[in-house]
Design a protein around this ligand. Structure first.
Ligand SMILES: Nc1ncnc2c1ncn2[C@@H]1O[C@H](COP(=O)(O)OP(=O)(O)OP(=O)(O)O)[C@@H](O)[C@H]1O
Ligand SMILES: [Mg+2]
Length: 324
């Protein structure tokens, strides 16, 4: 089974109750698939429909139309399917007066776990998320990062095959983010499938195998990072370039992105063939010392895709990979 989650023509409209014109079209005919053993980064600006999608996957709200398949099955409300999904909600809240391990015990019991097996699983997950030392402390004494770790441990209690994490690293310091990232990568490497919604694009870029970008309920693009983050420009390092030559190159469409007394970094735009740029440099006596392709970052892609969608234009991007 390579498709773990398959969404077809998934649509969700929140009805206002009175006027159809006030209905919120949170998702519009969404086709999306998450493959076995990958980390899928589910991205989009505020209000684009990420949490709505996740809630439908979990059976917390129902689609207006379209189909959801999890592990090839449409009966996503069956207990055996639910058992195979771990969920960390956005801004997960746990009661302040409970200890970390008590919270995990409570969730384990919801999964019908008990006795020694439950205690063993609590031991495993607290170690996995690095909370072994603080498991007996009250929630109210936990830092944000510790709460998030307990949230992740809670999602892992049933040893699920699928993890759905709504903004798992929001509000964490860089070290805690890296630690959570390493845990998530380890889970992927152990064969789990992860769907992560996040606004932390640098994090997502480091960890995801594929991403999808949603805007106003419409998937704008989806694919592997290699497919989507192309080399967008090239940098030439030039030695001893006179300022009049720099000006001439700039007039020809090649600008300096940085320069010191004897070195200049020229940014060759993606639209200019590199051979043309080399010829231009040669014509202006600019001696190229080195060349480096510059890959677009996920943040740049996001800004470009969402910016184009906002402007109502077609984004300049590779074709979204077909769902499936
Ligand atoms: N229960 C609801 N009733 C009415 N509208 C809702 C409801 N839940 C969400 N919406 C609307 O649906 C749209 C999508 O919301 P959703 O929470 O899915 O976005 P999101 O991508 O998760 O955003 P964020 O990044 O802010 O978490 C928004 O316009 C939101 O206002
Ligand atoms: Mg959300």
């Amino acid at each position: 089974m390579s498709e773990v989650i398959e969404l077809e023509q998934l649509t969700k409209t929140y009805e206002s109750g009175f006027f159809a014109s006030q209905d919120v079209h949170a998702l519009k005919t969404l086709d999306l698939s998450v493959h076995h053993g990958e980390i899928f980064g589910y991205l989009g600006p505020n209000g684009s429909g990420k949490t709505t999608t996740i809630k439908m996957l979990l059976g917390l709200i129902f689609p207006t139309s379209g189909t959801i398949k999890i592990l090839g099955r449409e009966d996503i409300d069956s207990p055996d399917i639910k058992q195979r999904i771990g969920y960390l909600p956005e801004g997960a809240y746990y009661p302040d007066f409970l200890r970390g391990d008590e919270i995990l015990r409570f969730y384990g019991q919801l999964y019908q776990m008990g006795g020694k097996a439950l205690e063993r699983r609590i031991d495993e997950v607290v170690e996995l998320v690095g909370m072994g030392h603080a498991r007996r402390r009250l929630m109210k004494g936990y830092s944000k990062g510790m709460r998030q770790r307990i949230g992740l441990a809670q999602a892992l209690m049933s040893d699920p095959d699928i993890l759905i994490l709504d903004e798992p690293t929001t509000g964490l310091d860089p070290l805690a983010r890296k630690e959570i990232r390493d845990i998530l990568a380890g889970l992927r490497d152990a064969g789990k499938t992860l769907l992560i919604s996040s606004h932390e694009l640098a994090e997502v870029e480091l960890i995801s195998d594929r991403v999808g970008i949603l805007y106003q309920g419409v998937l704008q693009t989806m694919g592997t990072l290699d497919e989507l983050l192309k080399d967008r420009s090239t940098t030439f390092e030039i030695e001893n370039l006179a300022s009049d030559k720099l000006k001439a190159l700039s007039d020809a469409g090649i600008d300096a992105e940085d320069h010191t007394d004897d070195r200049v970094l020229l940014k060759i735009p993606a639209s200019m063939p590199v051979y043309d740029a080399i010829a231009l440099c040669k014509a202006h006596d600019a001696q190229i010392v080195s060349m480096a392709p510059k890959r677009e970052t996920l943040e740049e892609l996001f800004v470009r895709i969402v910016g184009s969608a906002e402007a109502g234009t077609q984004p300049e991007t590779p074709e979204p990979a077909a769902a499936g």
